[in-house]
Design a protein around this ligand. Structure first.
Ligand code: 2HA
Ligand code: ZN
Length: 269
């Protein structure tokens, strides 16, 4: 059996958590990632022996038999690269998604992230929107967070501001961002609300908390959050200054045509 620590998906997960930490997106135990894996990918490294079974507290029949590499509750992204086996776990969902069989990791007796419901429900929503979706990522990027204190949380208004802050934004996330008002985190309720927002966009802002991103792979998802966060950073640098130039709707339409993307209907004039 090959060493799972040298699996490409493991190396990428470790690199990604380290990168996110260095961006300042994941202080202390902030943030969490789940990566959906194929059975063949997993069984190349593990015999499939179940170490223990952890109840999930929700049901997700669509995810029956699916495998996820996921960050642990209370664990620090900063530490993942030094002890992947303690800070990450690999689980298979069974019994209609109500149970998670631990196949590897959480070696100190730990468990998956407290945001597991939001992750799993978002995977269901994104798989429906695009079956190639494999990743859900949550973190606390400072400028996006700051923006939720000073900007309207209206999704059209929030999206348009981000699109106006960097030329690339409308190309990277033409569907825009969705926004949830402040809600109690770690609950099935915020999980359901996040998943509903995920059906129309790969980015969901949690006001006064952070952001959720989803995508085909870790790079795409990281890049989505990175681009939105850069736009929010520009906004936070200029929000209090006289604003004498912008990217116009006419120019945003030019970008749509040039890069063959379709902006969210109704979001451009
Ligand atoms: O896991 O980010 O939202 C820590 C969090 C909770
Ligand atoms: Zn959080």
């Amino acid at each position: 059996m090959k060493d799972i620590l040298s699996a490409p998906f493991m190396e990428e997960m470790v690199r990604t958590t380290a990168n996110m930490y260095r961006h300042g997106w994941d202080e202390r135990n902030g943030g969490n990632i789940s990566l959906m894996l194929d059975q063949e990918q997993v069984l190349a490294y593990l015999g499939g022996q179940v170490l223990r079974t952890i109840p999930t507290g929700f049901s997700a029949p669509e995810l029956e038999g699916k495998y996820f590499l996921v960050t642990g509750t209370g664990k620090y992204f900063k530490n993942v690269e030094y002890a992947p086996q303690t800070n990450l776990g690999l689980v298979r969902l069974t019994e209609g998604g109500t149970q998670a069989q631990l196949l590897w990791g959480f070696s100190d007796g730990g468990s998956f992230t407290s945001e597991f419901p939001a992750h799993m429900m978002s995977h269901v929503a994104r798989q429906k929107a695009n079956p190639a979706n494999r990743v859900v990522m949550h973190c606390h990027p400072v400028n996006l967070l700051a923006m939720t204190y000073v900007h309207s949380l209206d999704e059209r208004a929030f999206t348009r501001t981000l699109w106006q802050m960097c030329t690339e934004c409308i190309v990277v996330f033409p569907e825009g961002v969705n926004v949830l008002p402040w809600m109690l985190c770690g609950t099935n309720e915020i999980g359901r609300a996040t998943a509903e927002k995920m059906s129309t966009a790969r980015l969901v802002v949690w006001a006064q908390h952070g952001i959720y991103g989803a995508g085909r792979d870790l790079d795409e998802t990281f890049g989505l959050i990175e681009t939105a966060e850069k736009a929010a950073e520009v906004y936070m640098k200029i929000a209090h200054l006289p604003w004498i130039n912008t990217i116009t709707d006419e120019q945003l339409h030019l970008l749509e045509k040039r890069f063959n993307v379709q902006a969210r209907p109704g979001f451009l004039d």
